[in-house]
Write a protein that binds this ligand. Structure first.
Ligand code: GTP
Ligand code: MG
Length: 382
């Protein structure tokens, strides 16, 4: 009995609720939000500024990879084009046509691109600051939407100036000052220097931080989890987000099945746990496609190392449900007769406690995190 009481206290504490019903409702909402919350991000700016290239970078794709946005030195994107994230289709990056191109004249540009549909705008600008950049920023602000000013292709400026003996910091300082001065009538402008060729370099991390801070709480994780793992910090933040959500999955996976003693001795819907860990696996870049890409870049066989992990191997060959059931069974010891019940949505029935499910989940997320960290280390990413 005391175990059950401890379990209930842990469940209420993690959820921050005072009743079991409240905790279950909150948990289900938290779990569902990862799939159902949509995030529409618009990238705008002049033709050739680097919008499509940044979209590809944010989706972890490189042209001419399947599903990537076409990029070119010539005018390229002619209609607003939707790029859902490859593994989180609820996160959509919109590649807008360059302002002033084709039918998209500056005077009614925002109406034409249906500005209402986007959560926020990223204005992409390369080389010299353009009158259209300021006009866009002003109009977006007037429409009460947030914008972030991205000065792209910073790598080019740094390289060119280095040839003339100008240090990187000096180049960055000058570009930043120029953008800030041009936008100053709009208040302290959110300016970020980036290169689509390497998100870890310059200000992309800061941009992500700012975007997240400005988003409503339910959309924050969705953005973070959709980005490729471009730095160790990014991986750590993703790990944190998954750890924080584990309580909700542990509760929600139990809420579906009929618990023998309501709220205390929970059953566990293994399908839901598998779905959560699958998200984690893709978000950490442990799927074959991501690994092959990073292996090629680093010239090292990453695939071999991560396949030593039981969880990664099970996710890769679709046998995770059985692995989880076995782990739950082992962890739940005497209280549980954990088995996969046919026809009940892979529900491991009979008294798996909340604390047990949560600890098994956390252990598996940690294993995936360690594998992803190894990959980054081998690839030389800091
Ligand atoms: N060095 C460097 N080149 C970049 C970067 N971003 C884009 N480019 C190059 O700039 C050119 C134009 O980039 P796009 O991404 O096609 O530009 P866009 O804004 O989508 O252009 P439109 O579709 O015509 O509106 C391409 O040749 C890209 O390879 C960057 O950060 N660094
Ligand atoms: Mg384009």
């Amino acid at each position: 009995m005391s175990n059950q009481q401890d379990d209930l206290s842990a469940l209420l504490k993690d959820s921050g609720e005072t009743t079991i019903e409240g905790a279950m409702a909150k948990a289900e909402a938290a779990v569902n939000s990862l799939d159902s919350v949509t995030l529409n991000i618009a990238l705008t700016g002049e033709s050739g500024a680097g919008k499509s290239s940044l979209i590809n970078a944010m989706r972890g794709l490189q042209e001419p990879e399947e599903g990537s946005a076409p990029t070119d030195v010539n005018e390229c994107t002619m209609v607003p084009t939707k790029y859902p994230h490859p593994t989180m289709p609820n996160v959509i990056l919109w590649d807008l046509p360059g302002i002033g191109t084709g039918l998209f004249k500056p005077d009614n540009y925002l109406e034409k691109v249906k500005y209402q549909n986007y959560d926020f705008f990223i204005i992409v600008s390369a080389s010299r600051f353009k009158a259209n950049d300021l006009m866009l920023a002003k109009e977006i602000k007037e429409k009460k939407k947030n914008f972030y000013f991205v000065r792209s292709k910073t790598d080019n400026d740094v390289t060119q100036n280095e040839r003339k003996g100008v240090k990187e910091e000096e180049t960055l300082r000058k570009i930043r000052e120029n953008c800030v001065a041009n936008l100053k009538e709009l208040g302290p402008p959110p300016v970020f220097l980036i290169t689509a060729n390497d998100l870890q370099r310059f200000d992309f991390e800061k941009l992500r931080d700012n975007l997240e801070k400005d988003l409503p709480e339910n959309k924050r994780n969705v953005l973070l989890l959709s980005l490729p793992v471009y730095s160790k910090e990014c991986l750590d933040q993703k790990y944190n987000a998954f750890k924080i959500t584990a309580w909700a999955v542990a509760i929600a996976s139990g809420a579906i099945a009929t618990a023998p003693v309501p709220g205390m001795s929970l059953a566990c819907d293994v399908t839901m746990v598998v779905a959560f860990l699958t998200k984690c696996y893709f978000s950490f870049g442990l799927n074959d496609e991501s690994l092959q890409k990073i292996s090629k870049l680093a010239g090292k066989p990453m695939l071999e190392i991560v396949r030593e992990s039981l969880v990664v191997k099970a996710l890769a060959d679709d046998s995770l449900a059985t692995t989880i059931a076995t782990k739950l069974s082992a962890a739940g010891v005497a209280e549980s007769m954990c088995s996969l019940v046919p026809g009940a949505g892979s529900t491991a029935a009979a008294g798996i406690s909340f604390v047990t499910t949560r600890s098994v989940l956390l252990e598996m997320v940690k294993e995936l995190y360690s594998e992803a960290k190894k990959v980054l280390e081998m690839a030389g990413v800091e």
